[in-house]
Design a protein around this ligand. Sequence first.
Ligand SMILES: Cc1cc2nc3c(=O)[nH]c(=O)nc-3n(C[C@H](O)[C@H](O)[C@H](O)COP(=O)(O)OP(=O)(O)OC[C@H]3O[C@@H](n4cnc5c(N)ncnc54)[C@H](O)[C@@H]3O)c2cc1C
Length: 361
Amino acid sequence: MLSQKRNNPAADFIIVGQGLAGSVLALSLIKEGYSVSVINQPHLSSSSRIAAGIWNPIVFKRLTKSWLADDLIPELISFYEYWEKEFGISFINHRHIIKPFTEEQEKNLWLKKSHDPESENVFLDPVIYEDLQIDEHYTVKQYSKVLQAGNLDVSLFLDRTKNYFKENQNYLEEEFDFDHLKINENDIIYKELTAKNIIFCEGHLVSNNPYFNWVPMKPAKGETITIHSTKLKLKENIFNKGFFILPLGNDFFKIGATYEWNELNDVPTEKGKLELIKKLNSIITSPYKIISHEAGVRPAVTDRRPVVGKHPDIKNMYVFNGLGTKAVMLAPYFAKQLVNSIKYNLAIDVEVDPTRFIKKV
Ligand SMILES: Cc1cc2nc3c(=O)[nH]c(=O)nc-3n(C[C@H](O)[C@H](O)[C@H](O)COP(=O)(O)OP(=O)(O)OC[C@H]3O[C@@H](n4cnc5c(N)ncnc54)[C@H](O)[C@@H]3O)c2cc1C
């Protein structure tokens, strides 16, 4: 297994936050030969921990490819499969997303889009299928499938990644205290740690970061429930009908997710739970048991693009954030871009450059 180069106590990078962003970025740096020290207080934000981890290359509203899907999908598969091999465990599941059609119009749009040679949309299955039994009383009459989709078991990935950092003595579990940060011309000092650079990956809590609190976040709280049902027939594929049912195995299913832009905390609410139960009950009538109910805050930005790159004034300080609703897909591709910009001075996509917000004022 790859081990980190640590000939001296100074790391190349301090990474603050070990959600999906910090984990994927740290592993991407390590793979390129850099050393990292990760500082994380896991109880401040649960977004990654509770995420369903689904990747979906389609925007359902218009049945178009989601932004950069052709590039993101191969990169995400290569990244997670590489680390599955390194860690000797499996955390990604390749699945289809079942899209039921309730109206002829929906089906016709699907047929049009999936057969349109100009859009080259390899993610829409052009076949219309019939009669998929979801539970005893509900059979989907007509449906099709989103191809090349799937899900990452995010919690498992984060646990294994954290252990890997711990094995290499590069993990510090504490809240980052900005009063202890010293930025010099050629290094960064944080308490006992010295590093050449620092990268902030705090999710929506970047709003508390005095160096990046000008990034215009528009976070969205989301809730999920996990149920147990021996009657639900979905075993492999994800079901989506304005909400998702994700099979977790052994008759457990994750149901989600809600969107709420005001109460930005990780506290599950009765309102969120009822909304999910209502959606679920609109299609299944067989009994199920609610096992857990969770909430988190998606770190989305006003223009709904990630925020990846250097601080406008401090040359050894970076941010990796704004992964919004598509973190599993976006993180490997943009972590690679950031690493390539550091290692080979290659340009980062202007759409994700943090200074896009500075230029506007
Ligand atoms: C209900 C729900 C469902 C979702 N489903 C999906 C999905 O299916 N697919 C998908 O791709 N995305 C999904 N997402 C979005 C995805 O979870 C997020 O975009 C992603 O997890 C954000 O990762 P992050 O690392 O940027 O932030 P976070 O997950 O918030 O991680 C930040 C980490 O930094 C720590 N931290 C923060 N500040 C400090 C500090 N000062 N000191 C130390 N540590 C600190 C936090 O505690 C946390 O551990 C979902 C989100 C929600 C809420």
